[in-house]
Every structure is written in structure tokens, then in C-alpha cells.
Design a protein around this ligand. Structure first.
Ligand code: ADP
Ligand code: MG
Length: 715
């Protein structure tokens, strides 16, 4: 079968590609099997001709008749009006745009076949812009497929290409009969009373040419057994490739790092100003168990914003350091990396100093000299922990012995960056353990499908004493009230964030917005004081500021010496200032749901009652878009990160949700996690069995469905 799989279609020889051939490639339709697996979006029924007398209003029908009139309507908005008589009744075909050739084909006396939606009305039947052609020729014996296509790829060309692919491709079954028999969606009753199942070949031939008596509803909602077969196949391919990736990783070696009874982790726990929550203690144990094995950990630590992931990472780091190895922690922004650094230095340096070790710091904006010094400390191993941004994975960074890599806010990083971190150990023939942290929880179905190769630890409890955040949506027309509320908060010694949106098309506009708001709020805070008695500071923070300035602003805000911080989304992730108790988000309608949740997570970190105000502006007609309204409603209704993630998945679909983790190639095309859980569960159960008992079939199956596209799984 591999020949048929890898051979390009004959047209691809050495000749330059035609425009439609290029378009095919762009859609990823290269191999015969790719074409065979390119399934119709919908169907048109050209198998029957409906008599107008028997037709119903609103139906999509094909009619045939003689043209009795063909004329241009009078008036400025010209239309071509053609009357067709099918012997039972008449129908007017209306065209608002047309070529002179239309009038030739549709001349009085011509016999025409037209397809379109039939509308009734005062003047009798009409069809707007029907497709039409001269009558004659046999009617097709199957529904006509309409394929997803792109510019430069005419439907007729694509149809021929798909048919060719379907003929050439090897469609032999790769799913063993035992597995097929076990799948509820695949079993189906045969007319004779027995049980059967659709083979891949039958399912594909059927979906490309369904018989005219097929229920279009079952095809459209994809509940038809032929669709079930394809979805099951696709999900199985995804599960197989993830299990395989996991198996391959299990063959790699990593340093086994064991906790000691009175180790550094215990010392750290003893000096922390708080005790771990039950959930934190549990995930620390899960991570420690992974670290103790000589196989690289590949674990996702998920916990809602504010659930206390940083201290878990610090405890994991102490286990590695205790055993004599280095640890790296990478964060997506300088502000966050900076904050982690100061927190970790505070916690760990007193414990590391007696061992002659320290915490190093790496960012892109560092001065050359400082950087060189850091690199030397990292190479010598004196830096037991290295905290930084993407700078941590650059080539010049040589670790002496990296054993644990922690990636904070992992969804902000791509596959390549994760791979680069792992490469840092390759010379030694060992892999580092990998801990990925995320405040965007993964809904169960996504975890079972796209993240099946990961182990997941979940912190499902917030530290005690947090008061819930009250969220309100407020129209921008009530801005003055919002500002008075800020004054009241600041007067009580509390701190406030005001976030301005990122306007993607124009960074300049974005800054203009933040700067204007900064001026407005500075003026409005007149007469108030900071904790040290100085006139109240209102800070401004945005991504274009030099890092030193950003640092200075963050330092004042963290120290409680700045009442209000106006910021763009640079503070979105990780920033932790427990005294801040009010968050205002301007133009909240422009933000994504998980982004709003992350931003809101900047407050409610201390004991004081916290609030989040979502300021929205409507468009000229006084409206919000439907999705914007849904997002704001979700925010007002819940603070539970899992619920937010679930709704986000509903609103955006998995493509957007997964962000950098998935290449488009690995996305599910046919299966829908909302409706196909039974197939997903089946695939999950059978993938390991198949790898064990039918490894060759498993490999063929993955090849067929994913081709060379499963590389992403390596990270
Ligand atoms: P996130 O999970 O969002 O990264 P952080 O690690 O920044 O959360 O923790 C949020 C805040 O809660 C920090 O100020 C941290 O020191 C504090 N914290 C963490 N764990 C506990 C705990 N068990 N009890 C009290 N406070 C805690
Ligand atoms: Mg964090």
C-alpha cells in the first residue's frame, strides 16, 4: 500500500504546476489518498426533475422547461427575467448580474434545466440566480458532491481530481475487524437482519457518491454510518500517533532525581509564609514521582490563575538542584520572568548560598556584560536555577547539566521552543524532564484527544482566604462612575489595574488609547496619596517601553507605591500583586475569553474583596456582536477557569483554542469532540492494543491519515 500512498498524482511529474494543481497542493491534496479523504461539504440533488405543480415553496429543486420569455427589466437596476414553462406551471428566473451569453442560452424556445431555491409569491414561482444549462443528457444516478475548495480551484476540476484519487488510492482496511466490531458507531444492522460495518472503501465511495434516496440530514449532521467510519478512522490515527510518541519518549533516558527526607524542598517548605494547599501537595508528589524515574517527565501542570503554580515549580526545582543538577524556568514575557526571578531569588538564594550556588537571570534586553557573566555561571553549573524569557533557549546558552525545564504559561510557546529546551541536554545522551504550566485548563475532551500524550496534574483548589471576584459589565457611557469607584478604592489604600486593548491593526492607535486614558486617570486622581504620602502615582505600561522603564513601573506598583496602573495586555499573564483589588478592562468586547479570564486573574489574589469591571462600547447601531456578548456574559457568570475554558471551546472551536500547540495539519477535520465522544473513547482504548498486536497496520493507518504531518508530536 505504501506505493499508492506516496506516489504523487501523475500530473505532478516534472512539468510546472498549473494554477489548479498548485491550489490542490495548497490544500494539502498531494497523494491519491489525500484526495480520496477530501470529503464533500454538502450535496446537490441533480438526480431528479421536479414538476412545478408538485414542488413546495423553499425547496431546492431542479426543474426543466421551455423558455417562453427572456427580457431585461426596465429601470435603473437591470435584471434579466426569464420565464420557464415546464408544462405544469411557470417559473421566473431572476438574474441581477449576467453576461450577454446568458441571453443567448436562455433564448425563447430553448429547453433549459435550472436548479435553485423555489420561492412563491405574488407573481408565481421564482428562482434567484439559479444554476442552469441546456437540457438533455442523462440524469446522474448519485447526489452531486460539493467539495471544500479555494480560489483558483474550480469545483469541476476538484471533482475530477477527487474521483481520480479515489480510483488510485489503496483503500484496504487498516482497522482490524475485532476493533471495528467493538465500536458502537461502526456496527450497523444489515437489511437481512445480520450485523455488518462499513469498510473504509465502502464509506468513501458512498460519501463521494451517495445514492439519491439517502437521508441528507444524516449526511449533513454526519451521523450516517459512513461518516462514523471516517471519524473513527481519524480519531484512531490521532490516538495512535500520540501513543507512539509517548512510547518513543519512554525509551529515552533522563536523570533520576530522588527527593531526600530532609532535602532542600523540605527546607523551602519550612520557610514559606504559607502551607501548601492539599491540591498543591498532591501535584508536588505526582511531579516528584516522575522526576524519580530515569525516563523524561512530560507533564502538564494546570491550575487556574492564582492557584499557586509557581511554588510547585520551585519545589520541583529544589529536587533537581539537591541531586546536583540544573533547572531552567522559561516565561513568555520579561515582566513575568522578572517577577518569577525576584520571587525565586527570595525563596531559594538563602538555601543555595551555603551550597555555593545561585539563581541566574537571562532576558533579551540584558546588557552584554551582565549576560556574559550569567552565561559563564550557567556553563560552570554555579547557577543552579536559570530564570528567563526565550533567551534561555538561545544557542549561546550552555548548561552544565540541565535536568529539569519548566515552561510557564506553556500555551504561549510553540513546539519549536519546547524542542529547543529539550535539545539543551542532547550532548549528554540524556533528556531533561519537562514540566509545562498553564492557567488555561484543557477541557476533558481536548485532554483526551490533542493532549493524549501528556500526563496532566491539576491544581483544583485555590489557596484559602481568597474572596471571590465580582465581575460586572458596564457600558462605557458610565465611565465617570467607574472612575469614582477607582478613587474610592485608592483612597482605602488599594490598587487598581486599568487595561487598554490591543488594537491589532495599529500599534500606534493602541498606545494612543493607553496614553489618553493615562492622562485622564492622572487628572481624575488629583488630591489622593500613595502609601508613603506622595501624590498618587498613576503608571503607564506598554510593550514598546524600554525594559528598564517597564521594570521601574512594575517595581513601584508591586511595592504598593502606585495606586493605578494603566497598561496594555503586557500584564496579562502571571503578574502577582495581591494588594490590587480592582481591575477595569476597557473595550472588553475586543478581548478573547481566556484573555479576559487571565487579566481578571490579576486581582483577587489577596484577602480583600475584589472586582472586575468590563467596560464595553457598542458600535454605531448601539450593538455588540453575538460572540462578544457571549464572552462578556460568560465572564460575568463564572470565575471558574474550567467553565470558562469549556465555553471558550464552544465559542471558538478547538483550532483557536489550542493555539501554538497544534499545527493545522494535526487538527481533526471530521470528528467533532462535542458529538463524537463515543468514538474518541473507542479510539483511546484501541490505540494501545493496536500498537501492541498489529504494529504494521497501526503504522499504515497513521501514514495514511497523517502522512509526514505528525512531527508536532515529538515536542
Ligand atoms: P499562578 O498559579 O497563577 O501562577 P501564583 O503561583 O502566582 O499563581 O500564586 C498566586 C499567589 O498565591 C502568590 O502570591 C503565591 O505566593 C500565593 N500562594 C501560592 N500558594 C499559596 C498557598 N498555599 N497559600 C497561600 N498563598 C499561596
Ligand atoms: Mg503563574
Amino acid at each position: 500500500m505504501s506505493d499508492a500512498l506516496s506516489a504523487p498524482p501523475p500530473a505532478a511529474a516534472s512539468k510546472p504546476l498549473s494554477a489548479p494543481q498548485k491550489a490542490l497542493r495548497k490544500l494539502g491534496l498531494v497523494r491519491a489518498i489525500d484526495l480520496a479523504l477530501h470529503l464533500p461539504l454538502r450535496y446537490e440533488d441533480e438526480t431528479r426533475i421536479v414538476r412545478l405543480r408538485e414542488a413546495r415553496e423553499g425547496e431546492e429543486v431542479q426543474i426543466e422547461g421551455i423558455v417562453t420569455s427572456c427580457e431585461l427589466s426596465p429601470g435603473p437596476r437591470r435584471q434579466l427575467l426569464v420565464v420557464l414553462d415546464d408544462g405544469s406551471e411557470r417559473c421566473t428566473l431572476r438574474f441581477f448580474s449576467f453576461y450577454p451569453s446568458h441571453q443567448n442560452t436562455l433564448a425563447v424556445g430553448a429547453c433549459i434545466r435550472a436548479r435553485g431555491e423555489l420561492r412563491g409569491g405574488f407573481l408565481g414561482w421564482t428562482m434567484m440566480h439559479p444554476t442552469f444549462r441546456v437540457a438533455g443528457g442523462e440524469l446522474p444516478d448519485a447526489l452531486t458532491p460539493v467539495y471544500p475548495t479555494s480560489a483558483g480551484l474550480p469545483q469541476a476540476y476538484l471533482r475530477r481530481a477527487v474521483l481520480g484519487g479515489l480510483d488510485r488510492a489503496d483503500l484496504g482496511d487498516t482497522i482490524p475487524p475485532e476493533a471495528v466490531a467493538d465500536c458502537p458507531g461502526l456496527r450497523q444492522r444489515l437489511p437481512g437482519g445480520g450485523q455488518g460495518a462499513w469498510s473504509l472503501r465502502e464509506a468513501l465511495h458512498f460519501l463521494h457518491h451517495p445514492r439519491p434516496d439517502t437521508s441528507l440530514a444524516a449526511l449533513e449532521d454526519r451521523s450516517h454510518p459512513a461518516w462514523q467510519r471516517l471519524k473513527a478512522e481519524e480519531l484512531l490515527a490521532q490516538q495512535l500517533s500520540q501513543h507512539k510518541a509517548k512510547q518513543e519518549r519512554d525509551l529515552l533516558r533522563a536523570p533520576a532525581l530522588r527527593r531526600r527526607p530532609d532535602g532542600l524542598d523540605q527546607q523551602l517548605l519550612a520557610v514559606l509564609p504559607f502551607g501548601l494547599t492539599g491540591a498543591q501537595a498532591r501535584v508536588v508528589d505526582e511531579i516528584a514521582a516522575d522526576l524519580a524515574r530515569p525516563v523524561p517527565m512530560h507533564r502538564l501542570l494546570q491550575g487556574d490563575v492564582g492557584s499557586g503554580k509557581t511554588v510547585v515549580a520551585a519545589l520541583a526545582a529544589t529536587v533537581a538542584i539537591e541531586a546536583g543538577w540544573q533547572c531552567a524556568l522559561m516565561a513568555p514575557t520579561e515582566i513575568l520572568a522578572e517577577q518569577h526571578f525576584s520571587k525565586l531569588v527570595g525563596w531559594l538564594e538563602p538555601l543555595l548560598a551555603p551550597l555555593g550556588k545561585s539563581v541566574a537571570w537571562l532576558t533579551g534586553s540584558q546588557k552584554k556584560k551582565e549576560r556574559a557573566a550569567m552565561l559563564a555561571r550557567i556553563a560552570s553549573g554555579e547557577a543552579a536555577l536559570v530564570v528567563g524569557t526565550h533567551a534561555v533557549i538561545q544557542d549561546q546558552v550552555q548548561f552544565q547539566n540541565l535536568a529539569l525545564a519548566v515552561i510557564d504559561e506553556q500555551h504561549r510557546f510553540g513546539v519549536a521552543q519546547r524542542l529547543a529546551l529539550r535539545e539543551k541536554m542532547r550532548d549528554a545522551g540524556l533528556e531533561p524532564h519537562l514540566l509545562m504550566m498553564s492557567a488555561t485548563p484543557i477541557p476533558r475532551t481536548l485532554a483526551m484527544s490533542y493532549y493524549a500524550d501528556l500526563d496532566v496534574s491539576t491544581i483544583d483548589e485555590l489557596p484559602p482566604g481568597r474572596s471571590p471576584i465580582v465581575t460586572k459589565t458596564v457600558s462605557d457611557s458610565r465611565r465617570d462612575e467607574v472612575i469614582s469607584r477607582i478613587r474610592a478604592q485608592v483612597a482605602q489604600g488599594r490598587q487598581v489595574y486599568w487595561v487598554c486593548p490591543l488594537i491589532e491593526e495599529s500599534e500606534a492607535l493602541d498606545l494612543g488609547n493607553a496614553t489618553a486614558t493615562h492622562l485622564e486617570l492622572s487628572a481624575a486622581m488629583e488630591g489622593l496619596c500613595n502609601a508613603d504620602g506622595t501624590p498618587l502615582r498613576v503608571g503607564l505600561l506598554h510593550s514598546r517601553m524600554p525594559p528598564v522603564e517597564k521594570k521601574a513601573v512594575m517595581a513601584l506598583f508591586s511595592a504598593g507605591l502606585m495606586g493605578v496602573l494603566v497598561s496594555t495586555t503586557v500584564i496579562e499573564v502571571g503578574v502577582d500583586v495581591p494588594n490590587a483589588s480592582l481591575m477595569v478592562i476597557e473595550h472588553a468586547e475586543r478581548f478573547g475569553l481566556s484573555q479576559l479570564h487571565q487579566l481578571r486573574g490579576r486581582v483577587g489574589r489577596g484577602a480583600a474583596a475584589s472586582a472586575c469591571l468590563l467596560l464595553y462600547s457598542t458600535n454605531e447601531s448601539g450593538r455588540l456582536s453575538e460572540t462578544a456578548r457571549e464572552r462578556l456574559r460568560a465572564m460575568a457568570e463564572t470565575t471558574d477557569g474550567f467553565e470558562i475554558a469549556r465555553r471558550d471551546l464552544e465559542i471558538r472551536g478547538p483550532g483557536e483554542f489550542l493555539g501554538a500547540r497544534q499545527s493545522g495539519a494535526a487538527m481533526l477535520r471530521f470528528a467533532d469532540l462535542a458529538t463524537d465522544i463515543h468514538l474518541l473513547e473507542w479510539a483511546r482504548a484501541w490505540a494501545p492494543v493496536m500498537l501492541e498486536r498489529w504494529p504494521r497496520l497501526a503504522q499504515q493507518h497513521v501514514e495514511r491519515w497523517l502522512g509526514g504531518k505528525s512531527d508536532y508530536l515529538k515536542a
